[in-house]
Design a protein around this ligand. Structure first.
Ligand SMILES: [Zn+2]
Length: 214
């Protein structure tokens, strides 16, 4: 089996994303079971395959873009890019068709749902399932839909960081409950995933500044 295929299969076996240490172990096990070579340089070869086949790396060969680095190169957590899903646009985002006359629309936005390359990666780490309840919305194409909530909100007056440690992956219900300050956050009640750790500062900020106790 080609090295690239061993790495891809290992990531699939490990649920789509994992730390380098677990990846080395799984690649070794796959190669042993296929009677493939397991040289002393196995770890370096695995890292090379990840970088050659990832547009996140400056060593990308430009051919296949199979892997993504979760927190940037050097942070030791990698995933399968095929599992990062593009969220389709909701139907109500399209403007109504007009008959030539200009239509004046008044739009009020009370909540903002952001989906960036980084939040897609963090959602993929959690297999697109809510960290609070395990729930998600199943879209017509079979894809799981969840949202990324910035615990310390971005922008004034909160100015939270746009980093994975300030993000919790949640279903739309839990997202709204967090945005509106209906519920507290507790790290011990959140589902964990390798490669994603929420900062204690973000959790405390939510409970002290966002949660509205009645
Ligand atoms: Zn939920």
């Amino acid at each position: 089996m080609k090295w690239r295929d061993s790495v891809e299969l290992a990531l699939q076996n490990l649920g789509g994303s994992t730390s380098l240490d677990r990846l080395y172990e799984e690649v070794r096990a796959i190669r042993v079971s296929n009677n493939d070579t397991t040289p002393k340089s196995l770890e370096a070869v695995v890292r090379k395959e990840l970088e050659y086949n990832s547009s996140d790396s400056s060593n990308w060969q430009g051919d296949r873009d199979l892997f993504y680095s979760v927190h940037g190169i050097g942070m030791g957590v990698w995933g399968l890019r095929a599992l990062i899903s593009e969220t389709p646009l909701a139907h109500d985002i399209e403007l109504p068709e007009t008959t030539g006359e200009a239509v004046r629309l008044e739009v009020t936005t009370n909540r903002i749902i952001r989906d960036t390359d980084m939040t897609k990666k963090v959602k993929a780490l959690h297999n697109n399932e809510c960290q609070m309840c395990g729930g998600f919305i199943e879209l017509p194409n079979g894809q799981k839909y969840v949202e990324a909530h910035h615990i310390i909100p971005l922008g004034a007056p909160h100015n939270g960081p746009d980093t994975p440690d300030n993000i919790v992956v949640v279903c739309p219900n839990h997202h709204a409950m967090l945005d509106f300050g209906c519920i507290t956050l507790s790290k011990s009640l959140l589902k964990n995933a390798v490669g994603h750790c929420i900062s204690d500062a973000s959790i405390s900020y939510h409970n002290q500044a966002i949660f509205l106790s009645s």
